[in-house]
Ligand binder design. Sequence first.
Ligand code: AMP
Length: 442
Amino acid sequence: MSFTNIQIDDALLRAISACGYVAPTDIQRAAIPAALAGSDIFASAQTGTGKTAAFVIPALQRITQPATTRGRGPRVLILTPTRELANQVTESVRNLGRFLRLKSATVVGGVAYPPQLRMLERPLDLLVATPGRLMDHMENRRADLSRVEILVLDEADRMLDLGFVDAVRTIAAATPSSRQTLLFSATLEGRVMAIANDLLRNPVEIRLSTVIDRHEGIEQCVHQADDLAHKERLLDHWIAQEELTQALIFTATKRDADRLAQTLAARGHSSAALHGDMPQRDRNRIMERMKMQNLRLLVATDVAARGLDIRTLSHVINYDLPMVAEDYIHRIGRTGRAGATGTAISFVGPGDWVRLAGIERLTGARLTREVIPGLEPRQQEPRRSSGGKGKATSSRSRSGPPGRSRSYGPDRAPVTGRGPASGRAHGAGRSPSAARTPRARP
Ligand code: AMP
């Protein structure tokens, strides 16, 4: 299937081609036709799968058609959990909308209000926003959502994790009930399912291949680390590898990110920190340096790294393991993007075994234990009572960086179907059993 088989405007097709996209990715193949047909969508899709274009293309196609109602507010509203992701979506809108006459704006926190107020006063086709700042504007009656035809919830699971559940509901309630809603999320369970039940109407459900399959281009391994000094030596080993062209290094806290970035810089490495306490201007500048390959090592916290799209990233290093197992998937998905390969390395400190077990439970695979000669851990790995199920791999000893030895099974075609919600009850809760009974759209 190629993009030309999809019924979209010529200007969009030209932009897709100018972006260098030859064929739609799995998520695009499943989501774009359904969205163009007017269906609500409930899709599981990680970053790196082309999910942004999967909603931006149908959204822009809608804008090529006459508006259903008169007014100045946006016809498409895209909500994202973080500023970085909002910026990435904005870039995609700009690239794919380059041959359209398109009035778009981006409203995120951490930047001055006046330019945003000016943008919101003008007529708009499309608005990209983070929920917190959009709520601020709504409370001051600066944002008019009465004309929204398409509402996109990007990385909905993350939005809920960050505490935006009420904001998302309030924002959705301010849009017309006749709107089309496209929800994308890494997982489709739990709270995401609950909000989908409330906000989506008879959605097409798209489940891409399992979490594990999705990272088949990424080789993953763990190193047992006795203490901080051991972690530093392990990091030195990896940084010395030539094949590491650019790395994203995750730490648990902002302070650790600053400290590690400074230590690396003091040792002559090209490095910088990225975290939520930094002014947006500085964060943007650092992102640009990464994209231009003027920076080799970026030390970041989870929130700051959300939505980063750096194609040249060869390695992700979990200097500290994430608190939440799902974040492991998001972190390693920063490498191996758009069909490229990548390496993900995790350091497991003495208190991290429970977290590692959580990650292995989620991915369904036991991660390879790597030992670097000269950097062997002093302690034995603790025995796990429940044991890791899944595809076990033995400890290996090696001198250089690991080769690409892991394969996570065949790529599966996306599974689509109807679910989980039936009728739409904006803002109102419905019983789970009622919500799971699919009903035809009126
Ligand atoms: P996303 O999952 O939206 O973060 O996209 C990951 C990367 O894939 C981005 O750099 C996109 O520009 C790129 N991409 C999106 N769609 C395609 C496509 N059909 N072909 C090749 N690359 C794509």
